[in-house]
Design a protein around this ligand. Structure first.
Ligand code: 15L
Length: 302
């Protein structure tokens, strides 16, 4: 039986995963806080992702790592830097030094949160993070790419939507993943022998999906759940949200801290194939540019 290290094992996602994977693998459960009530086949290994010495200790002797550890929402830069940038580097570097080839990285839908909800994106699109948190997830994917290319590690990046027993709101009807589907996806990442570097979306088979998840399916992922089953219940409880947040896949993460207008943050022209520019944002950017180019009132005429 393979021995799998799960970082961030005491968190919500880690707790779901621990329950779903019980008996399938030996689990080494790591978190900054103690992991409680260990069952047969489970070991605890306390560690802080920001400390290289801890990461070197906990990654020793495992067959694969599921890296869930870090800061899991938007936060102050210092927190994101410590837990998600330094922490993620430490994890990959410690794995490399200990000869652990396979790393599953918990990326997030917020690495691509600036895509609009009427766009369908696949694993090849350019990241469009919606937050410092989203940037840290794009960084984790890129560290993974570097370690796969340079050191031959096997890296499986999961852009996770929302792991929950039931989808909590309308946005999550498109990005929800049931705990058992998440465990199925993680098992693909652990057991598929042909992984070098892959990006997949961590979502169930949702009718309202924004993702073309064919890469996950190609690698063997067969989700069994669909958020639509809960749609009537979820929509009946949905309170009217901010219409601006509803335009973007990342929801509230998109306009937090920019004075409430995402069009102010219209991304610069990106000519990479498959990356579309949001038409309204483009219009707003043009209007702003035109306004800027007009002469200021106190400009002297010659
Ligand atoms: C995430 O990446 C977070 O870790 C999780 O807490 C949720 O906010 C989720 O995204 C989401 O977008 O629902």
């Amino acid at each position: 039986m393979k021995t799998i290290l799960i970082t961030g094992a005491a968190g919500d996602v880690g707790s779901h995963l621990r329950r779903e994977l019980a008996g399938k693998y030996n689990l080494v459960l790591s978190d900054i806080k103690p992991v409680k009530a260990l069952a047969a086949g489970e070991k605890s290994a306390r560690g802080d992702v920001a400390k290289m010495s801890d990461m070197l200790r906990i990654t020793r002797g495992v067959d694969a790592i599921v890296h869930l550890g870090g800061f899991s929402v938007e936060g102050p830069w210092e927190m994101i830097l410590r837990a998600n940038i330094i922490g993620c580097y430490n994890l990959f570097e410690a794995a490399r030094r200990n000869g652990v080839k396979r790393v599953l990285f918990a990326s997030s839908n917020h690495a691509t949160g600036f895509y609009k909800r009427d766009e369908k994106i696949d694993h090849r699109v350019y990241p469009r993070p919606d937050s410092r948190y989203g940037v840290s997830k794009a960084f984790g994917e890129q560290i993974g790419s570097l370690y796969a290319d340079k050191y031959g590690m096997e890296v499986f990046c999961m852009r996770i939507g929302n792991v929950n027993a039931i989808p909590p709101d309308k946005r999550r009807l498109s990005i929800w993943i049931s705990p058992r589907d998440f465990a199925r996806l993680v098992s693909v990442g652990i057991d598929n022998p042909n992984i070098s570097f892959e990006i997949v979306y961590g979502v169930s088979d949702n009718r309202r999906t924004w993702y073309d998840n064919s890469n996950a399916h190609r690698l063997g992922y067969q989700p069994q759940d669909d958020a639509e089953r809960y749609a009537a219940e979820v929509l009946a409880k949905e309170k009217p949200g901010d219409p601006r947040a509803e335009m973007y896949q990342g929801g509230n993460f998109v306009f937090a801290e920019i004075g409430g207008d995402p069009s102010r943050m219209a991304p610069k022209v990106n000519k990479a194939p498959g990356v579309k520019r949001a038409p309204k944002a483009m219009k707003a950017a043009k209007v702003k540019k035109a306004a800027k180019s007009k002469k200021a009132p106190n400009t002297k005429k010659k």
